[in-house]
Write a protein that binds this ligand. Structure first.
Ligand code: NAP
Length: 325
């Protein structure tokens, strides 16, 4: 059901092209024929500024838009900067969605996150369980902004017939992930701490939480392929997979592992042979998070990169960055 009805070149505005997801999409899209990619760094266009975004859209008139720009971070960043997370994400989404509608963008894709689902949602989480229970408090402001993003797309679809879509990726990792010592997600955070422990010959490393929480991980290149596949579906086919009140699609690997298993896998990749000490006093978020991915598999999409291979590649990428830096 791939849509081939668009005139070429197709001008696609890729917002957030310098982030981990944006770069993966850029790598994929620059190889596709008939596409002209429009990109702006944050310095050139701050997407929280409404007048600047309106001016950009009016001048450039993209055909399609992908929103991979967002304020993103791990548990600690979400706890320390709740206002930044809700304000910046709401502004980026509202400005881009509204300007897209104003300037006649024909198709838009918003990237959300699996944290939109209730803390105790039935597993694996179907798209329909959105707004059926309380959210995980550690990242509630971020999740509320992401839910607002889905509802923005849905509302413009219902009121104006805009073809505005959204996908909800699970936890992602890969090249250009954020390895900040405090603001990173679990994969780069653990990778960096275990690497440092090897360098410093530390006998043990403490890991946040009991290690029992279960999470799903997807390599960012697999996500990029999924986003592009969903984006290429005809309006009718996308509508047949979704509904006017539940217009988003989950993207995940379909498998979860415990944080303890993840820590062991990363320790093997970086060569750490010491002890892993699980600190149950630290927050660990939702007990289990696994997405139901039936809609993606219906489209014929399956992840191509195993967690083990993806972790190895990500570590090699990060080591190479250390040398370059
Ligand atoms: N990472 C994950 O595990 C994960 C999981 C599920 C969903 N997602 C979703 O995927 C999307 C991308 O995430 P990511 O991991 O790629 O994040 P990222 O690496 O932090 O990239 C975000 C990008 O957005 C840009 N940006 C942020 N605020 C901006 C602003 N005001 N104006 C212009 N650009 C701005 C950043 O620019 P700078 O480079 O200048 O900061 C950066 O290039 C997000 O919607 C996120 O919710 C990510």
């Amino acid at each position: 059901m791939t849509d081939t009805s668009f005139a070429q070149p197709l001008r696609i505005f890729l917002a957030g092209h310098q982030g981990m997801v944006g770069r993966a999409l850029y790598r994929l899209l620059e190889q596709q024929p008939g596409i002209e990619l429009l990109v702006r760094s944050r310095k050139e266009l701050d997407l929280t500024r409404q007048a600047d975004v309106e001016h950009f859209f009016a001048a450039e008139k993209p055909d399609w838009v992908i929103i991979a720009a967002a304020k993103v971070g791990g548990i600690l960043a979400n706890q320390n900067l709740p206002a930044d997370f809700i304000y910046q994400n709401l502004m980026i989404e509202a400005n881009i969605v509204h300007s897209s509608w104003q300037t006649g963008v024909k198709r838009l894709m918003l990237l959300g996150s699996s944290c939109i689902y209730p803390k105790f949602a039935e597993q694996p989480m179907q798209e329909e369980c959105l707004l059926s229970g309380v959210l995980e408090p550690t990242n509630e402001p971020y999740a509320v902004a992401k839910i607002a993003g889905i509802k923005l797309c849905e509302s413009y679809q219902r009121q104006f017939g805009s073809d505005f879509r959204s996908v909800m990726p699970t936890n992602l990792y890969g090249p250009w992930d954020n390895f900040h010592p405090e603001h990173s997600h679990v994969v780069p955070g653990l990778m960096r701490r275990l690497h440092d422990a090897v360098v410093e010959k530390a006998p043990a490393v403490s890991v946040w939480g009991s290690g029992k929480a279960r999470r799903e991980f997807l390599h960012v290149d697999d996500l990029a392929a999924a986003v592009w596949l969903v984006m290429q579906q005809t309006t009718e086919h996308y509508a047949s997979l979704t509904s006017p009140q539940c217009s988003h699609i989950n993207v995940g690997s379909g498998h979860d592992i415990s944080i303890a298993e993840l820590a062991v896998a990363i320790a093997e990749v970086v060569g750490f042979r010491g002890e892993l000490l699980f600190d149950s006093a630290m927050p660990e978020g939702t007990p289990r998070k696994l997405l139901a991915v039936d809609k993606m598999t219906t489209l014929g999409w399956l992840p191509q990169i195993t967690l083990r291979q993806g972790l190895k590649d990500t570590y090699q990428w990060w080591l190479a960055q250390q040398v370059v830096g």
